[in-house]
Write a protein that binds this ligand. Sequence first.
Ligand code: CO
Ligand code: CO
Length: 304
Amino acid sequence: MERAEDAGVYKLTEEMAIIQTLDFFTPIVDDPYSFGQIAAANALSDVYAMGGQPLTAMNIVCFPQKTMDMSILTEILQGGVDKMHEAGVVLVGGHSVEDEELKYGLSVTGTVHPARVILNNGARAGDRLIMTKPLGTGIISTAIKGNMAGEGAVAEIVKSMSTLNRKASELMQVVGVSACTDITGFGLLGHAAEMVEGTNIGMVINSAIVPFFPEARELAEMGMIPGGLHRNRDFRKNMIDIDREVPQYLADILFDPQTSGGLLISVPEEKTASLLEKLHKEGITGAAVIGEVVAEPKGRIIVR
Ligand code: CO
Ligand code: CO
């Protein structure tokens, strides 16, 4: 726990460790079924980020029984079950409580070989950084709450957030990578900072290549900024140097808190082209090389 890893890992034998993780939150989209799918994909993601295989899950439900129709809960749970089925995960139980605010998520257990755990702090100077999903889901979800998001943008982020990181995880395991995390609440730069903190490496990120949903730019320029984005920036600003040439909307997007975001992978330079090609071939078309790991300055992130 002293290093902010994506999930807990406990070694059972020389050949097997279990990975455990827990994630739940309030709805970020209006459609209950989609919310269920997104919450499940999000909860499973930490296991994938560590190179593990999720096996079982338990539901965590907070539901306002007195004010909300039970059919909504049924749809949410169905979305979750369908996503678990897609992931080959068995739902083994759960717990629900009455609450004023609806919340849903999963506790997930997976396995991994103890020698093949992919930590978030293994990046080495010379590695390239690959990310697998576009940014901007936090900004667009904030716009949904204010009825400001276009239908197309909502459909795009729902599709992205409900996509499992399974394939990307399998491919990075095939290629062999140095480090990985998934981009969630702290945004790209917050999670990149976790990979760098307390290590002897730094990162250079080429902001012009970072993929994001086009509507996130418009919305950011209109000031549609989630509160978490400001907190992410304040928390990490001492570690990060953003070039003055980087436009403000883009600097914002780099700190945008993501739900069920993609993987951020540190891969040895000579394996980068192969991993990127495999990701693209498997339909992860948004995957891009967004920067590199450097020896100096240590513990810092430079955004160009
Ligand atoms: Co994570
Ligand atoms: Co998590």
